[in-house]
Design a protein around this ligand. Structure first.
Ligand code: GLA
Length: 356
């Protein structure tokens, strides 16, 4: 007699999902992503872990360590930036935007834990967006993941950020920084030499891009590129075609920064760390003088760091207007306890992933 069909084993009752995304520090190449240029961000060993347990409700309820109120979002929420940008609590706007975009099948409850400082320019929000999207079951190749989370960031904050942060935290490989060419989104990993230390120091000024001139800088770049094409594709000799001196300075930063990214990668790959450091410090000067996104605290930190024995170079990292400075140095050259603000020694990390 044939055996009766077996009753399949039940699925586990508690299909808890856990996902992790790193933050990032940008080694060189700032305000180049939205200009079709080059950048070299590095995913770091600080990041966000999201756990999520689906249930049979229609609400996603997420709590976050350090936030008194949970974010509660209806899974049928429409992706309307106006609705998302005015929802409360304010931190939950990221959750609302991701839920509205990835449309989980059911509600559920979850928790967000992060080792990243908020408002420091280390991409805590991109890290949250990508880890949450993964925990809610959205799986996509890095460019689609990054574009989805960039749309979430635009809706949640109103800031027209580029694609760098979401792309590097999705696509990074362990052991290196990610050289991204924003003209075609091609990328390759550039190894961080053994024994090179990457140190991040907070300037003490938290920054929030929605109250900064980030959007104004982006608009200035667009105005400067009028009739010439994306600034990331221009050569220094093309700058004479920009009549307005302020717009010409903005464009000069982008054009020279893309060259610095190229040369920095070459310097890392040939082990010329002194040259790599000089390029970082030159990048800071360009961001401060031509792009005008530095602050006195960031400038002071750069001057202090490069005066230390064994430090190759330092620059503000990310958008500027506050946040952190990144520095490369010989091991042990920078004493983290010597600062009155938080400081971290960071290591390259792989990109976001679902955890077992
Ligand atoms: C922020 C944005 C990025 C990029 C940097 C500046 O981090 O999110 O897209 O423009 O500023 O390089």
């Amino acid at each position: 007699m044939p055996e009766p069909p077996r009753i399949p084993e039940e699925h586990p009752a508690d299909p808890i999902a856990r996902a992790y995304s790193p933050g990032r520090v940008n080694l060189i190449g700032d305000h180049t992503d939205y200009n079709g240029g080059l950048a070299l961000p590095m995913a770091v060993d600080l990041g966000t872990t999201v756990t999520f347990t689906p249930d049979s409700t229609f609400r996603v309820v997420m709590s976050s360590a350090g936030e008194p109120e949970p974010a509660e979002v209806d899974i049928h929420l429409r992706f309307e930036p106006e609705l998302i940008r005015t929802s409360t609590p304010a931190w939950g706007r990221y959750v609302a935007a991701i839920v509205a975009l990835v449309r989980p099948f059911t509600g559920g409850r979850g928790r967000i834990d992060s080792t990243l400082p908020v408002g420091a320019g280390l991409s805590s929000s991109a890290s949250l967006e990508v880890a949450l999207a993964l925990a809610l079951g959205f799986h996509a190749e890095p460019i689609t993941m990054a574009r989805t989370c960039q749309s979430a960031e635009h809706a949640a904050t109103g800031v027209p950020c580029g694609l760098m942060d979401q792309l590097v935290v999705s696509a990074a490989e362990d052991g290196g920084a990610l050289l991204i060419d924003f003209s075609d989104l091609s990328r390759r990993t550039v190894a961080i030499p053994e024994g090179l230390e990457v140190v991040v120091v907070h300037s003490g000024h938290r920054r929030s891009l929605d109250h900064s001139p980030y959007a104004a800088r982006r608009a200035e770049c667009e105005a400067a590129s009028y009739g010439l094409g994306p600034l990331g594709h221009l050569r220094p000799e093309d700058l004479v075609g920009i009549a307005d001196p302020q717009l010409r300075s903005r464009a000069r930063h982008v054009v020279t920064e893309c060259d610095r990214v190229r040369w920095f990668c070459a310097a890392l790959e040939t082990g010329d760390l002194a040259e790599a450091g000089r390029l970082m410090t030159a990048s800071h000067r360009s961001l401060a003088e031509d792009f005008e996104v530095s602050t006195p605290a960031l400038d002071d930190l750069v001057v202090h760091l490069v005066s230390l024995e064994g430090v190759y170079g330092a620059r503000l990292t990310g958008a500027g207007f506050g946040g952190c400075v990144v520095s490369i140095a010989e091991p042990g050259a920078i004493d983290l306890t010597a600062f009155s603000t938080p400081a971290w020694r960071v290591r390259p990390s792989a990109g976001a992933r679902v955890l077992a």
